[in-house]
Structures are given as structure tokens and as C-alpha cells.
Design a protein around this ligand. Structure first.
Ligand code: ATP
Length: 240
């Protein structure tokens, strides 16, 4: 089957007042891709994900999702159309229970009772730890469980494109590994993934394609395994 383009970004610019944080960002992504975005602190990675998810409006360029121009649409519209962001810091509702957080994620689709139960069950199969905690306030979960909940809450809306901002942040390596195993499975099932990670080594091992951002600009866009072997990447981001 011929791969289909899911996302087309052309010359995207994202600014804070007069400061341009991301410039000339151009990318075409096929359905089922797994793209990592790496770069130093302040390179523009989080801003880019905000720009793609609609949390931040662009100051130039265009974004098409499934061949529809979404440049001027808001985050809720983009979520309904298939882009979901799992934000840095997870963004779960700490005073709601785990189940209530999952229900919030389901609002992007108009599920009937049976499909909703099915979708919740799918998440609990992916993340069995959440099943034991369904009625617990989300704020009382461990960091790893909160990250699992944030991802489950995104997946319940069945996104076509999942944006993940630093999912490994603050987590023990073993928990990160569990979470990344799930992310890999989700991608294998056809969900397109864009992963932003400080842990460049991990990101490049997970992804098939990778972009290096420096001061808001793409300086490399290549096969992830190639970048793992690239001398400048090794030196700047892998500490080798
Ligand atoms: P980090 O890994 O530290 O999160 P990042 O690559 O995600 O970094 P961004 O957070 O996107 O980078 O920041 C890109 C640039 O935009 C930086 O120069 C930052 O100072 C600036 N910036 C980010 N948020 C704001 C804001 N709310 N107001 C003004 N400038 C901002």
C-alpha cells in the first residue's frame, strides 16, 4: 500500500511577540511515521509542538492535516480532527480521578456508552497499573503513572497524530522503558508519532526519522539511525 501523507507543514513560524522561536519549519510526514525532534534547551521543540497542536497560533506558514488546512484552527478543533498533544509536565487534572481524566480525553469523540467502555478498557489493557488506580485522584499517582495516564487520556480520543513532549522527564529508566514500549506499540498499530525528547539517544533509538532543531531552525532531517552515527550529533547531543 502506498504511504499517505498525514501532515504537511510549510515554512511555519512561531513567535513570542517579536521573538521568533521557530522559523521556516517545513515537514511532510507519512501516516505511521515515527519522528523524533531533538535539540538543546530553548531550541524551540515545545513551541513547535504547541504550534502543531493549536495551543499556539502561527505567525507565518501553513499546516495541513490529512490534506485539510488547519493553520488557523484552534486546539480543540485539531484534537477532534486527530492531533493530540501529551504536554510537557503531563497536564493531567490532579484533583480529578484517573477515570475522570480518561473521560475528559474521550470528549473529542462522541462515544456512546458501549464504545466509551470499550475505549477505557483498551487503555487499561495498555496500562494495567491504571486499572488499580481508577478511582484514585490523579494527583496522588507516581510520576510514571501520571505519564501513563496522560498518554492514555490522549489515546482514548484515537488520534491519528500523537505529539509527545518529553515523556521521559523525571522518570526512572525502568518506567521510561515501559512507557516507550507502549509508544512503540501504538506507532506499530498505525498512529503517527512526533516525539520531543531531551534524551536524544533514546529518541533516536525509538524513532525512524529525526529532526535536529537549533535556535528554531531545522539543521538536520534524516533517518534516525544515520543521526545516531553522525559525528556532530554524537558530540552535541549524545555526549560521545
Ligand atoms: P526546553 O527543552 O528547555 O523545553 P525547547 O526546545 O522546548 O526547550 P521552547 O520552550 O520551545 O524550547 O523555547 C524556544 C524559545 O522560545 C526559547 O528562546 C524560549 O526562551 C522562548 N519562549 C518559550 N516560551 C516563551 C514564552 N511564553 N514567552 C516568550 N518566550 C518564550
Amino acid at each position: 500500500m502506498k504511504e499517505k501523507t498525514i501532515l504537511e507543514v510549510n515554512n511555519l513560524r512561531l513567535s513570542y511577540g517579536g521573538i521568533v522561536a521557530v522559523r521556516d519549519f517545513t515537514l511532510t510526514l507519512n501516516k505511521g511515521s515515527f519522528l523524533a525532534i531533538i535539540g538543546a534547551n530553548g531550541a524551540g521543540k515545545t513551541t513547535l509542538l504547541k504550534g502543531l497542536s493549536g495551543l499556539k497560533q502561527s505567525s507565518g506558514g501553513s499546516i495541513k492535516l490529512k490534506n485539510r488546512d488547519i493553520t488557523r484552527t484552534k486546539a480543540n478543533d485539531r484534537a477532534t480532527n486527530g492531533i493530540t498533544l501529551v504536554p510537557e509536565g503531563r497536564g493531567i487534572f490532579s484533583r480529578l480521578t484517573v477515570m475522570e481524566n480518561l473521560l475528559v480525553g474521550s470528549f473529542v469523540k462522541k462515544y456512546d456508552k458501549n464504545s466509551l467502555e470499550e475505549k477505557v478498557e483498551e487503555q487499561l489493557i495498555l496500562f494495567p497499573k491504571l486499572r488499580e488506580r481508577l478511582n484514585q485522584l490523579a494527583g496522588t499517582l507516581s510520576g510514571g503513572e501520571q505519564q501513563m495516564l496522560a498518554i492514555a487520556r490522549a489515546l482514548i480520543g484515537v488520534p491519528d497524530l500523537l505529539l509527545l513532549d518529553e515523556p521521559s522527564m523525571g522518570l526512572a529508566p525502568i518506567i521510561t522503558e515501559q512507557i516507550f514500549d507502549v509508544i512503540r506499540d501504538i506507532n506499530r498499530e498505525g498512529v503517527t508519532v512526533i516525539l520531543v525528547e531531551q534524551n536524544a539517544g533514546l529518541a533516536l533509538k525509538m524513532a525512524r526519522q529525526a529532526i535536529v532543531l537549533e535556535s528554531g531552525e531545522i539543521v538536520q532531517n534524516a533517518n534516525a539511525t544515520e543521526l545516531l552515527e553522525d559525528d556532530s550529533v554524537k558530540k552535541a547531543y549524545l555526549g560521545i
